[in-house]
Design a protein around this ligand. Structure first.
Ligand SMILES: Nc1nc2c(ncn2[C@@H]2O[C@H](COP(=O)(O)OP(=O)(O)OP(=O)(O)O)[C@@H](O)[C@H]2O)c(=O)[nH]1
Ligand SMILES: [Mg+2]
Length: 237
């Protein structure tokens, strides 16, 4: 049986989180760490109730201070790396865009890879309910990131991933500088430089039905600049 910890950052996901937790815990050997950023909609209290409902299988980290996806992942992944008996560490969104039924395919592929990406772009474009401008933005972002950073994955911005614990432990989490979605690119860039074997499995991504997107213009600007920062930093290291 695999020993898997799934780290999920949440901000205002009260309707989605209970469904996600049940979907993930349907798989034997899977545990979860929810990293809530003081969600004003009460997601943190719902996470605590799920923790009480599934003792030993759901942990909750309540963050205070400045919120951010990158910050949440850094703190959550550090805690995950310190937990005993964890072989694989997954990352996924809480908004049900990432179907938990793909988790076994991701963890199985980690037998022969250090990091496995759940990819929307392995077989054309596999997204459901995205307006055309969102598809253009995401496919353009991926082409741009690949061109600047020379990463070869088709979906460098996917937040659905599975890491072998030892590969994740080698990443310089303390040196990471991104706040938003660029954090995912930064992780992948550092993993590639470290010589990690990176592979992808196809997923169908379904746009959230409940709650709101947190994609702000500041986050998009950071994603535009970050590939160049990574390349320049990579050249210095
Ligand atoms: N802890 C924490 N989680 C966040 C933050 N921003 C976003 N998230 C979570 O990160 C995941 C992805 O965020 P989304 O808002 O769905 O971003 P997205 O998928 O690019 O946007 P949509 O397609 O519109 O849903 C979700 O689980 C969010 O709740 C944050 O500042 N802190
Ligand atoms: Mg989403």
């Amino acid at each position: 049986m695999p020993n898997v910890l799934v780290v999920v950052p949440t901000y205002n996901e009260r309707e989605n989180l209970p469904l996600l937790v049940r979907g993930v815990l349907a798989h034997a050997g899977f545990r979860m760490l929810i990293v809530d950023d003081g969600s004003p909609d009460g997601t943190g209290a719902i996470a605590d109730a799920l923790c009480a409902e599934y003792p030993g299988r759901v942990e909750v980290m309540h963050r205070t201070g400045r919120r951010g996806l990158g910050r949440s992942y850094i703190e959550g992944l550090r805690l995950a790396l310190g937990m005993p008996g964890v072989d694989l560490i997954c990352q996924m969104d809480a908004d049900l865009s990432h179907d938990p039924s793909y988790l076994p395919a991701l963890t199985a592929a980690a037998d022969t890879s250090d990091v496995v990406i759940g990819s929307r772009y392995l077989n054309g474009v596999s997204v459901v309910n995205w307006p055309l401008h969102r598809i253009f933005l995401s496919t353009f972002a991926n082409r741009y990131i690949r061109a600047v950073t020379q990463l070869s994955a088709t979906d460098c911005t996917s937040g659905f991933r599975c890491w072998r614990r030892d590969a994740l432990a080698r990443l310089p989490l303390g040196e990471m500088v991104s706040d938003g979605y660029a954090f995912l690119v930064e992780m992948l860039f550092d993993a590639a430089r470290d010589g990690c074997r990176i592979s992808e499995v196809p997923i169908i991504f379904v746009e959230r039905r409940q709650g709101q997107s947190k994609l702000s213009s500041a986050v998009m600007f950071e994603s535009f600049i970050m590939p160049w920062r990574l390349v320049l930093r990579g050249a210095r290291r």
